[in-house]
Write a protein that binds this ligand. Structure first.
Ligand code: IPE
Ligand code: IPE
Ligand code: MG
Length: 257
Protein backbone atom coordinates (compact mmCIF):
# COMPACT_ATOMS: atom_id res chain seq x y z
CA UNK A 1 0.00 0.00 0.00
CA UNK A 2 2.95 2.38 0.36
CA UNK A 3 2.55 3.24 -3.34
CA UNK A 4 -0.79 4.77 -2.71
CA UNK A 5 -0.22 6.85 0.39
CA UNK A 6 -1.66 10.31 0.19
CA UNK A 7 0.50 13.26 1.23
CA UNK A 8 -2.45 14.75 3.10
CA UNK A 9 -3.22 11.54 5.02
CA UNK A 10 0.32 10.47 5.91
CA UNK A 11 3.84 11.76 5.39
CA UNK A 12 5.76 10.06 2.55
CA UNK A 13 9.27 8.71 3.17
CA UNK A 14 12.02 11.16 2.32
CA UNK A 15 14.21 10.11 -0.60
CA UNK A 16 17.15 11.70 -2.41
CA UNK A 17 15.95 10.62 -5.85
CA UNK A 18 12.28 11.41 -6.48
CA UNK A 19 10.15 8.30 -6.92
CA UNK A 20 7.82 10.13 -9.29
CA UNK A 21 8.74 12.98 -11.67
CA UNK A 22 5.96 14.78 -13.58
CA UNK A 23 6.84 17.07 -16.49
CA UNK A 24 5.01 19.71 -18.52
CA UNK A 25 6.94 19.62 -21.76
CA UNK A 26 6.46 23.19 -22.93
CA UNK A 27 8.21 25.41 -25.48
CA UNK A 28 8.21 23.29 -28.64
CA UNK A 29 6.53 25.99 -30.73
CA UNK A 30 8.92 28.69 -29.57
CA UNK A 31 11.91 26.42 -30.16
CA UNK A 32 10.82 26.09 -33.80
CA UNK A 33 9.89 29.76 -34.27
CA UNK A 34 13.34 30.83 -33.06
CA UNK A 35 14.77 28.79 -35.94
CA UNK A 36 12.27 30.09 -38.53
CA UNK A 37 10.74 26.62 -38.65
CA UNK A 38 7.02 25.74 -38.50
CA UNK A 39 5.78 25.12 -34.91
CA UNK A 40 5.28 21.43 -35.60
CA UNK A 41 9.03 20.99 -36.20
CA UNK A 42 9.37 21.72 -32.49
CA UNK A 43 7.03 18.88 -31.64
CA UNK A 44 9.08 16.44 -33.73
CA UNK A 45 12.27 17.64 -32.06
CA UNK A 46 10.60 17.31 -28.65
CA UNK A 47 10.31 13.57 -29.18
CA UNK A 48 14.10 13.30 -28.89
CA UNK A 49 13.95 14.97 -25.49
CA UNK A 50 11.27 12.52 -24.32
CA UNK A 51 13.48 9.61 -25.35
CA UNK A 52 16.51 11.05 -23.48
CA UNK A 53 14.57 11.78 -20.32
CA UNK A 54 12.84 8.38 -20.21
CA UNK A 55 16.19 6.60 -20.47
CA UNK A 56 17.89 8.86 -17.96
CA UNK A 57 15.09 8.46 -15.41
CA UNK A 58 15.31 4.71 -15.91
CA UNK A 59 19.08 4.80 -15.37
CA UNK A 60 18.79 6.95 -12.24
CA UNK A 61 16.17 4.73 -10.60
CA UNK A 62 13.20 7.08 -10.81
CA UNK A 63 10.21 4.73 -10.53
CA UNK A 64 7.54 6.82 -12.27
CA UNK A 65 7.87 9.42 -15.01
CA UNK A 66 4.74 11.21 -16.19
CA UNK A 67 4.68 13.68 -19.08
CA UNK A 68 1.97 16.03 -20.28
CA UNK A 69 1.73 15.52 -24.05
CA UNK A 70 -1.68 16.97 -24.90
CA UNK A 71 -4.06 18.82 -22.61
CA UNK A 72 -7.83 18.83 -22.77
CA UNK A 73 -7.45 22.50 -23.78
CA UNK A 74 -4.98 21.82 -26.62
CA UNK A 75 -7.94 21.01 -28.93
CA UNK A 76 -8.27 24.79 -29.16
CA UNK A 77 -5.16 24.90 -31.37
CA UNK A 78 -5.36 25.15 -35.17
CA UNK A 79 -6.66 21.86 -36.63
CA UNK A 80 -3.48 21.35 -38.66
CA UNK A 81 -1.35 21.44 -35.49
CA UNK A 82 -3.72 19.10 -33.65
CA UNK A 83 -3.71 16.74 -36.63
CA UNK A 84 0.08 16.78 -36.74
CA UNK A 85 0.30 16.00 -33.01
CA UNK A 86 -2.06 13.05 -33.43
CA UNK A 87 0.03 11.64 -36.28
CA UNK A 88 3.23 12.15 -34.32
CA UNK A 89 1.71 10.45 -31.28
CA UNK A 90 0.73 7.36 -33.26
CA UNK A 91 4.04 7.26 -35.11
CA UNK A 92 6.07 7.52 -31.91
CA UNK A 93 4.03 4.87 -30.12
CA UNK A 94 4.86 2.51 -32.98
CA UNK A 95 8.47 3.61 -33.29
CA UNK A 96 9.39 3.56 -29.60
CA UNK A 97 7.70 0.39 -28.41
CA UNK A 98 10.71 -1.91 -28.82
CA UNK A 99 12.96 0.64 -27.09
CA UNK A 100 10.59 0.63 -24.13
CA UNK A 101 10.55 -3.14 -23.73
CA UNK A 102 14.34 -3.36 -24.24
CA UNK A 103 14.78 -0.91 -21.38
CA UNK A 104 12.20 -2.55 -19.11
CA UNK A 105 9.91 0.51 -19.26
CA UNK A 106 6.15 0.06 -18.98
CA UNK A 107 3.85 2.52 -20.69
CA UNK A 108 0.58 3.90 -19.32
CA UNK A 109 -1.77 6.47 -20.79
CA UNK A 110 -3.97 8.77 -18.72
CA UNK A 111 -6.65 11.07 -20.10
CA UNK A 112 -9.90 10.75 -21.99
CA UNK A 113 -8.81 8.57 -24.89
CA UNK A 114 -12.34 8.27 -26.30
CA UNK A 115 -11.78 11.42 -28.35
CA UNK A 116 -8.80 9.92 -30.21
CA UNK A 117 -9.27 7.92 -33.37
CA UNK A 118 -9.42 4.17 -33.15
CA UNK A 119 -5.91 3.58 -34.58
CA UNK A 120 -4.45 5.52 -31.62
CA UNK A 121 -6.71 3.83 -29.08
CA UNK A 122 -5.72 0.40 -30.39
CA UNK A 123 -2.02 1.23 -30.45
CA UNK A 124 -2.24 2.52 -26.86
CA UNK A 125 -3.90 -0.67 -25.70
CA UNK A 126 -1.36 -2.79 -27.58
CA UNK A 127 1.61 -0.85 -26.14
CA UNK A 128 0.27 -0.98 -22.60
CA UNK A 129 -0.21 -4.74 -22.86
CA UNK A 130 3.18 -5.32 -24.49
CA UNK A 131 5.01 -3.41 -21.75
CA UNK A 132 2.83 -4.43 -18.80
CA UNK A 133 5.47 -6.77 -17.38
CA UNK A 134 8.28 -4.19 -17.49
CA UNK A 135 9.40 -3.14 -14.03
CA UNK A 136 12.28 -0.70 -14.50
CA UNK A 137 10.24 2.49 -14.89
CA UNK A 138 6.56 3.30 -15.31
CA UNK A 139 6.31 5.91 -18.04
CA UNK A 140 2.93 7.65 -18.20
CA UNK A 141 1.78 9.89 -21.02
CA UNK A 142 -1.07 12.30 -20.25
CA UNK A 143 -3.07 12.81 -23.44
CA UNK A 144 -6.36 14.65 -23.67
CA UNK A 145 -5.81 14.95 -19.95
CA UNK A 146 -7.09 17.65 -17.63
CA UNK A 147 -6.75 17.77 -13.85
CA UNK A 148 -10.37 18.85 -13.41
CA UNK A 149 -11.57 16.09 -15.73
CA UNK A 150 -9.59 13.61 -13.61
CA UNK A 151 -11.21 14.67 -10.33
CA UNK A 152 -14.68 14.70 -11.89
CA UNK A 153 -14.34 11.29 -13.55
CA UNK A 154 -13.00 9.88 -10.26
CA UNK A 155 -15.98 11.29 -8.38
CA UNK A 156 -18.42 9.82 -10.92
CA UNK A 157 -16.80 6.39 -10.72
CA UNK A 158 -16.63 6.59 -6.95
CA UNK A 159 -20.35 7.32 -6.69
CA UNK A 160 -21.16 4.57 -9.20
CA UNK A 161 -19.09 2.07 -7.18
CA UNK A 162 -20.70 3.13 -3.88
CA UNK A 163 -24.33 3.86 -4.76
CA UNK A 164 -25.48 4.30 -1.18
CA UNK A 165 -22.73 6.71 -0.24
CA UNK A 166 -23.88 9.64 1.88
CA UNK A 167 -22.22 13.03 1.27
CA UNK A 168 -20.51 12.94 4.68
CA UNK A 169 -19.00 9.53 3.87
CA UNK A 170 -17.08 10.80 0.84
CA UNK A 171 -13.39 10.82 1.72
CA UNK A 172 -9.93 10.56 0.15
CA UNK A 173 -9.63 6.80 0.63
CA UNK A 174 -12.82 6.19 -1.35
CA UNK A 175 -11.95 8.65 -4.10
CA UNK A 176 -8.25 7.86 -4.55
CA UNK A 177 -8.63 4.47 -6.29
CA UNK A 178 -10.65 6.13 -9.06
CA UNK A 179 -8.13 8.85 -9.90
CA UNK A 180 -6.26 8.15 -13.13
CA UNK A 181 -2.89 7.82 -11.39
CA UNK A 182 -4.11 5.55 -8.59
CA UNK A 183 -1.29 3.12 -9.49
CA UNK A 184 1.45 5.62 -8.64
CA UNK A 185 2.61 7.62 -5.64
CA UNK A 186 2.01 11.36 -5.91
CA UNK A 187 4.71 13.22 -7.87
CA UNK A 188 7.67 14.31 -5.73
CA UNK A 189 9.05 16.63 -8.39
CA UNK A 190 7.21 18.65 -11.05
CA UNK A 191 9.21 20.18 -13.88
CA UNK A 192 7.89 22.72 -16.37
CA UNK A 193 10.11 23.79 -19.23
CA UNK A 194 9.48 26.80 -21.47
CA UNK A 195 9.48 29.53 -18.82
CA UNK A 196 5.80 29.67 -17.84
CA UNK A 197 5.09 29.30 -14.14
CA UNK A 198 1.67 27.68 -14.18
CA UNK A 199 0.13 24.24 -13.87
CA UNK A 200 -2.17 24.45 -16.95
CA UNK A 201 -4.70 21.92 -15.61
CA UNK A 202 -2.12 19.11 -15.18
CA UNK A 203 -2.32 16.77 -12.16
CA UNK A 204 -4.24 19.14 -9.86
CA UNK A 205 -5.13 16.66 -7.13
CA UNK A 206 -1.80 14.83 -7.17
CA UNK A 207 0.41 17.95 -7.02
CA UNK A 208 -0.80 18.89 -3.51
CA UNK A 209 2.70 18.61 -1.96
CA UNK A 210 4.89 18.27 -5.05
CA UNK A 211 8.05 20.39 -5.34
CA UNK A 212 7.64 22.71 -8.34
CA UNK A 213 10.61 23.40 -10.61
CA UNK A 214 10.46 25.84 -13.50
CA UNK A 215 13.09 26.38 -16.16
CA UNK A 216 13.31 28.67 -19.20
CA UNK A 217 14.90 25.87 -21.25
CA UNK A 218 12.60 24.96 -24.14
CA UNK A 219 11.52 21.31 -24.15
CA UNK A 220 13.45 20.22 -27.30
CA UNK A 221 16.64 21.49 -25.59
CA UNK A 222 15.96 19.66 -22.31
CA UNK A 223 18.64 17.01 -21.82
CA UNK A 224 20.28 14.83 -19.18
CA UNK A 225 22.26 17.76 -17.75
CA UNK A 226 19.06 19.79 -17.38
CA UNK A 227 17.38 16.87 -15.63
CA UNK A 228 20.33 16.54 -13.23
CA UNK A 229 20.00 20.24 -12.43
CA UNK A 230 16.35 19.78 -11.53
CA UNK A 231 17.18 16.71 -9.41
CA UNK A 232 19.95 18.59 -7.59
CA UNK A 233 17.49 21.38 -6.86
CA UNK A 234 15.01 18.77 -5.58
CA UNK A 235 17.69 17.37 -3.29
CA UNK A 236 18.00 20.77 -1.60
CA UNK A 237 14.32 21.08 -0.74
CA UNK A 238 13.04 20.59 2.77
CA UNK A 239 9.72 18.81 2.35
CA UNK A 240 7.77 19.73 5.44
CA UNK A 241 4.24 18.53 4.56
CA UNK A 242 2.82 21.01 7.05
CA UNK A 243 5.26 20.29 9.89
CA UNK A 244 7.97 22.50 11.36
CA UNK A 245 11.53 22.38 10.04
CA UNK A 246 12.74 20.66 13.23
CA UNK A 247 10.14 17.89 12.97
CA UNK A 248 11.04 17.40 9.31
CA UNK A 249 14.76 17.09 10.07
CA UNK A 250 14.17 14.41 12.71
CA UNK A 251 12.03 12.33 10.31
CA UNK A 252 14.67 12.59 7.58
CA UNK A 253 17.23 11.28 10.12
CA UNK A 254 15.05 8.35 11.16
CA UNK A 255 14.16 7.42 7.53
CA UNK A 256 17.88 7.29 6.80
CA UNK A 257 18.65 4.62 9.45
C1 IPE B 1 4.29 22.03 -25.72
O1 IPE B 1 4.87 22.98 -26.55
C2 IPE B 1 3.72 20.88 -26.50
C3 IPE B 1 2.25 20.82 -26.51
C4 IPE B 1 1.44 21.58 -25.83
C5 IPE B 1 1.67 19.79 -27.34
P1 IPE B 1 4.02 24.17 -27.16
O2 IPE B 1 3.46 23.75 -28.47
O3 IPE B 1 2.99 24.65 -26.17
O4 IPE B 1 5.13 25.27 -27.36
P2 IPE B 1 4.99 26.83 -27.12
O5 IPE B 1 4.55 27.01 -25.70
O6 IPE B 1 3.98 27.34 -28.09
O7 IPE B 1 6.37 27.34 -27.37
C1 IPE C 1 0.60 22.60 -21.35
O1 IPE C 1 1.21 23.42 -22.30
C2 IPE C 1 0.16 21.33 -21.98
C3 IPE C 1 1.22 20.48 -22.52
C4 IPE C 1 2.50 20.65 -22.44
C5 IPE C 1 0.75 19.30 -23.18
P1 IPE C 1 0.43 24.61 -23.03
O2 IPE C 1 1.42 25.30 -23.87
O3 IPE C 1 -0.79 24.08 -23.69
O4 IPE C 1 -0.02 25.51 -21.79
P2 IPE C 1 -0.53 27.02 -21.76
O5 IPE C 1 -1.62 27.12 -22.76
O6 IPE C 1 0.63 27.89 -22.13
O7 IPE C 1 -0.95 27.24 -20.34
MG1 MG D 1 3.03 26.05 -24.69
Amino acid sequence: MTHHTSSTLSIPMASAIPRHVAIIMDGNGRWASKRMLPRVAGHSEGLGAVRRIVLECRRLGVEYLTVFAFSSENWRRPPEEVGFLMKLFLKSLKGELSRLTENDVSLRLIGDLSRFDSAIQEMVKFSEEKTAGCKGLTFTIAANYGGRWDILQAMRHCLAANPNLKPEQVNEELLQPHLSMAYAPEPDLFIRTGGEQRVSNFLLWQLAYTELYFTDVLWPDFDEAQLHKALDWFGQRERRFGRTGAQTASQVMSDAV
